[in-house]
Design a protein around this ligand. Structure first.
Ligand SMILES: [Zn+2]
Length: 356
């Protein structure tokens, strides 16, 4: 884009692309940014699901739904590139992608001849707060580079093959995010022996945010050991995904976390919920409270428990609560069961199997 159309060119850090932006795309943005959140939420139709962008655009949900219009690949690619650069910038600001660490990837397309998969991902060694959309790589599902970054000298990330491990093993996955969040890596050290291969936390409201879990579910996330190079993590991530077919996150000890979802919104929601829980767990541990132990409940009110059981059943299809058991007795029995560390360990695998 240039001054000829009366607009200032986009600048690094604003998340937009260096390329000319077609006029029909511009109304989706303000000041060069696709707006992730605003009062008038409109959506554009990506190949799989609706994504928030801006408003008053021919590609918004209302217009698309009435006309049957489908955004073409090039326009969708611009939005995805912009989205990746904006989310990276936001996560840099949160301290989750410091010092060029971390990255993310989004996949679009259907995997058909007419609409092949296209994978967009952050390059290696880039300042995440200073990315533009044109710094993003586009690859096909076989990892061939379709569109390299316009910015000279950028290389594929060392986490590149990890994106594809997830996409290939989880065909519904559309977005993978990797952070070097302080609390994610500290959460792998709650077991001082560093032998644990499971992070666990229960009885936290934000557990609901990861999907298919209730407040009092036991959330369990696999932990793998770090390697000297990021790409060497791929085999262990592959093993974990195959062992736990429904898990949607892997912690890497003394390193960070990988999270994925069936849309970028889902991956983002999970990532933020997980990180909140990691911080909670680390702080609980420093307070002398084990985040993975069911809290003792004094003077349990049976009527309150009954309400909670019903809420939980509604919130989670996978969590089975036997409401034929009188709630206060059920609570007492659960405490007794979970005090037995041997039984607790045996439940972890099934818990990871449950979450999706
Ligand atoms: Zn990393």
């Amino acid at each position: 884009m240039n001054k000829a159309d009366g607009r200032d060119p986009p600048t690094p850090g604003n998340g937009w692309t260096n390329k000319d932006v077609p006029l029909m795309m511009y109304p989706q943005t303000q000041d060069g940014q696709v707006h992730l959140y605003q009062c008038h939420r409109r959506y554009i139709h990506t190949s799989h699901g609706w994504s928030r962008t801006g408003s008053a655009c021919p590609n918004d949900a209302v217009a698309a739904a009435s006309s049957g219009h489908k955004i073409n690949h090039d326009d969708e690619a611009k939005v995805v590139r912009s989205l990746i650069s904006q989310l990276s910038e936001k996560y840099y600001a949160k301290g989750w992608m410091p010092g060029t660490g971390g990255g993310m990837s989004i996949r679009i397309g259907s995997g058909t001849a007419d609409d092949p998969f296209a994978v967009f991902s952050t390059p290696s060694g880039i300042q995440k707060e200073d990315m533009v959309g044109d710094d993003v790589f586009e690859q096909d599902i076989d990892q061939n580079v379709i569109t390299p970054p316009i910015t000279p000298g950028l290389k594929l990330s060392s986490m590149n093959n990890i994106w594809f491990v997830v996409y290939n093993l989880r065909p519904s996955t559309r977005c993978v995010i990797h952070t070097h969040s302080m609390y994610a890596q500290l959460a792998t050290l709650l077991d001082p022996s560093e032998q644990s291969d499971i992070f666990q936390i229960t009885h936290q409201e934000m557990i609901k945010g990861v999907g298919n879990h209730a407040y009092d579910s036991m959330l369990a996330i696999p932990i793998i050991d770090n390697q000297r190079s990021e790409n060497l993590l791929a085999p262990d991530i592959e093993k974990v995904i195959q062992k736990y077919p429904k898990c949607n996150a892997v912690l890497v000890r003394r390193h960070g976390v990988y999270v994925w979802g069936d849309s970028w919104e889902e991956a983002k929601t999970r990532l933020e919920s997980f990180d909140y829980l990691f911080e909670t767990a680390v702080k609980m541990k420093s307070m002398g409270i084990d985040p993975g132990v069911v809290p003792k409940k004094k003077n349990a009110d049976a009527s309150t428990d009954t309400i909670k059981c019903k809420e939980n059943r509604a919130a989670s299809k996978d969590v089975t609560i036997d409401d034929t058991i009188e709630p206060s007795k059920k609570r007492k029995r659960t405490d007794t069961e979970l005090k037995n560390s041997k039984e607790l360990t045996q439940t972890i695998d099934s818990e990871i199997m449950q979450y999706a």
